[in-house]
Ligand binder design. Structure first.
Ligand code: ARG
Ligand code: GLU
Length: 659
């Protein structure tokens, strides 16, 4: 009995390190490499990040400021998600050439499609500049010096741990990025918004681009003279697949997490902010969905809009469920209590939690007003451009746009704390009799282009109100419920936490800088007695296939391949069946921005492309729970199968390094 207890205690103390939580800075990955290797990784810290030789970081890009991409050939071929390439695919699509529906496969380099305003950034290097800043250099000076090192260099100085450390990130930007291939949406977005954030999943969420450079292999604006970029490093691709328990590593650009916030902030998210934003979007989605169902042209027109509204809407619902189910608020409150008990005789820390609390109470209302404004007034179009008016679909949008104006004006009136409502809005409502009527009046003016003064005044008022809130909060850069004072207090709080909680493995919150996360392929207990296996196959696609349901209507080519079991070299045996793997789950800590990130095996070979998390585990942005938090990847063998067997673009496979 004693021995069992002892073993248990030993295990419990090992637990913090055993969990797969964490988004690590690549330049500091040496501090994690022993743990990584203990979990199966076979390469070195230098293989992950080096400034002296080619390393994995040279094959990972920030894709257009919101996603990640990876280089998979020595000719600049790039993989990312379908939903990351969506804007580009949509821009090249029309009712005649509907690449969203039918897919797109360039048959030669000449057919690869240039994209205005699509760019990728490679990390040249990162370095800590905390001391330079402490010595009096400003971030602007550091940025200016770094950017002067190269022609297309972009630099940024980013805070880690609420300013306890500062890092310079120096990037090289390429602006000629061309669309090479995209599967039909019925593969790339299979399951649509119904399956989004859900496991089991069968989405082939990938698209293919190519980075172009000047003849000298330098970044260059689009030119027909440009040639495929020759990268320092590209990933080899493993076709051997992954099994449950296998080591996995993700290299990418996670956007925003808040792992160290107080229970007060968690309560604000779970009880006030998320529920309000979800409800507002419920109504917007109802209006847009009705339009899409009534008219195929409107379905295409609103496709990207619908997807982007629905994405966060659904994520927030899962986040609230996860926070509640795992009791995150109570757990955080308890953690704060224990910290306070430790800090009671430490003047530097003993008041910090109470002060954070007071500050949250002070700023919650104005920040909430700000969020509501973004979800309502800021979502109203101020103009319909000449381009939009020229579109064949324009006239058919009238009823939908009118309904959106009425609805969003009503929601703003109902939800924004009245002391923060814009005076122009209150006047408009008084004059028209109701918020809806005022919304409709705004619409008439904008739609007919007869009176845009009213919307301009409203937007100006909203801008003024947001400035006022920014002033109250003491900072202009607000990605979360935060303030200048909170930031200062968190600098102290985190420093205190790191002194106190010496067993916790601290890592800086995600801030769209390059990170490494590692873990393993793994299922999880979804509900009592209900285990979710970590992989899906094409058999599951066929089981969901239904020509009557838009989200589940697969291309005939896929049905044919399945019927003929024409899987080529991408077939594998799963539980005795010959099939093609489609998606898998892993324990890697990821967030928005990690879409398109490479998932690598123990040898640093590409085994999948990250594209999602499970619904109820999106609370990992606030608290990572190793029992349920899982990221979702598309298996690289499904990507290759689709390129080969559906796209018939096997020539792309020839430039990849398949292992
Ligand atoms: N949930 C994923 C992410 O946050 C995928 C979103 C795109 N897919 C969709 N069906 N809307 O970006
Ligand atoms: N789909 C997300 C993205 O666009 C990744 C999912 C997540 O939030 O983890 O980055």
């Amino acid at each position: 009995m004693k021995r069992i207890l002892l073993t248990f205690l030993l295990l419990a103390t090992l637990l913090p390190a055993a969990a797969d939580e964490g988004m690590w800075l690549p330049s500091l990955i040496a501090s994690r490499i022993d743990d990584m290797r203990a979990k199966g990784f076979r390469l070195t810290a230098e293989d992950i990040y080096s400034v002296n030789r080619a390393s994995m970081k040279d094959a990972v890009v920030l894709f257009n400021g919101g996603c990640t991409g990876e280089i998979v050939s020595d000719e600049g071929l790039l993989l990312t998600n379908h939903h990351c390439g969506y804007g580009a695919i949509q821009a090249h699509s029309s009712v005649e050439h509907d690449y969203l529906t039918d897919g797109f496969w360039a048959r030669s380099r000449a057919e690869e499609l240039p994209n205005e305003k699509l760019w990728v950034r490679f990390l040249v290097r990162m370095e800590e500049v905390t001391e330079r800043i402490a010595a009096g250099e400003t971030a602007q000076e550091i940025i200016r010096k770094a950017e002067a090192e190269g022609e297309s260099y972009k630099a940024a100085v980013e805070q880690m741990y609420y300013g306890n450390q500062q890092f310079l990130f120096l990037y090289e930007q390429f602006d000629d990025v061309r669309l090479v291939a995209a599967p039909p949406s019925s593969i790339g977005k299979f399951g649509g918004d119904t399956d989004n954030w859900i496991w089991p999943r069968h989405t082939g969420d990938f698209s293919v681009f190519r980075v172009y450079a000047s003849k000298e292999n330098r970044p260059a604006a689009y030119s027909p003279e440009n040639v495929p970029y020759r990268p320092k490093k590209s990933f080899s691709i493993s076709t051997r697949g992954v099994a449950e328990g296998d080591f996995t590593m993700i290299y990418g650009f996670p956007g925003n997490t808040q792992e160290y916030i107080l229970s007060d902030a968690v309560r604000y998210i779970a009880e006030r902010s998320d529920p309000a934003k979800i409800a507002i979007r419920d109504g917007r989605l109802d209006i847009i969905r009705a339009a899409q169902e009534s008219d195929p042209a409107l379905r295409i027109h609103y496709a990207a809009k619908h997807a982007s509204i629905a994405n966060a809407w659904k994520k927030w619902q899962g986040e609230v469920l996860g926070l509640e189910r795992r009791g995150i608020c109570a757990a955080k409150a308890d953690y704060e209590k224990r910290f306070d008990a430790w800090a009671v005789d430490k003047p530097a820390y003993r008041d910090v939690v109470a002060q954070l609390r007071d500050e949250y109470a002070r700023i919650a209302d104005p920040y909430f007003a700000r969020e509501i404004t973004f979800e309502t007034i800021a979502a109203l179009p101020a103009r319909y451009s000449a381009e939009a008016r020229a579109e064949e679909v324009f006239a058919r949008r009238e009823a939908t746009e009118r309904a959106l104006f009425r609805y969003l004006a009503g929601e703003y009136a109902r939800r924004c704390p009245v002391q923060y409502q814009v005076p122009e809005f209150l006047d408009g409502v008084a004059a028209c009799g109701s918020a809806e009527a005022y919304g409709e009046k705004l619409f008439e003016g904008v739609w007919n282009d007869t009176d845009t003064l009213a919307i301009d005044a409203l937007r100006k008022g909203a801008r003024r109100m947001l400035d006022h809130v920014g002033w109250l909060l003491g900072t202009g850069s607000l990605r979360n419920l935060n303030s200048g004072r909170l930031n200062d207090l968190y600098t102290v709080y985190i420093r205190g936490l790191r002194e106190w909680d010496t067993r916790r493995a601290f890592y800086p919150d995600a801030n769209l800088t390059l990170r490494v996360a590692y873990g393993r392929v793994g299922g999880y207990e979804y509900a009592d007695g209900e285990y979710h296996k970590p992989r899906t196959t094409v058999d599951g696609i066929i089981a969901k296939d239904n020509p009557e349901i838009y989200d589940y209507d697969i291309p005939q080519a896929l049905r044919d391949r399945y019927a003929a079991k024409d899987y080529g070299r991408w077939a594998t045996t799963v539980e005795g069946r010959r099939t093609v793997p489609v998606c898998f789950l892993a324990t890697n800590h990821t967030t928005g921005g990690n879409s398109g990130s490479p998932i690598l095996n123990a040898d640093g070979e590409l085994v999948g492309i990250n594209f999602d998390r499970t619904w109820r585990s999106t609370m990992s942005d606030i608290a990572f729970d190793p029992e349920i938090c899982r990221n979702i990847a598309v298996d690289i063998r499904y990507v290759l199968f689709v390129i080969d067997r559906i796209g018939g673009a096997d020539y792309l496979l020839r430039e990849m390094k398949l292992r």
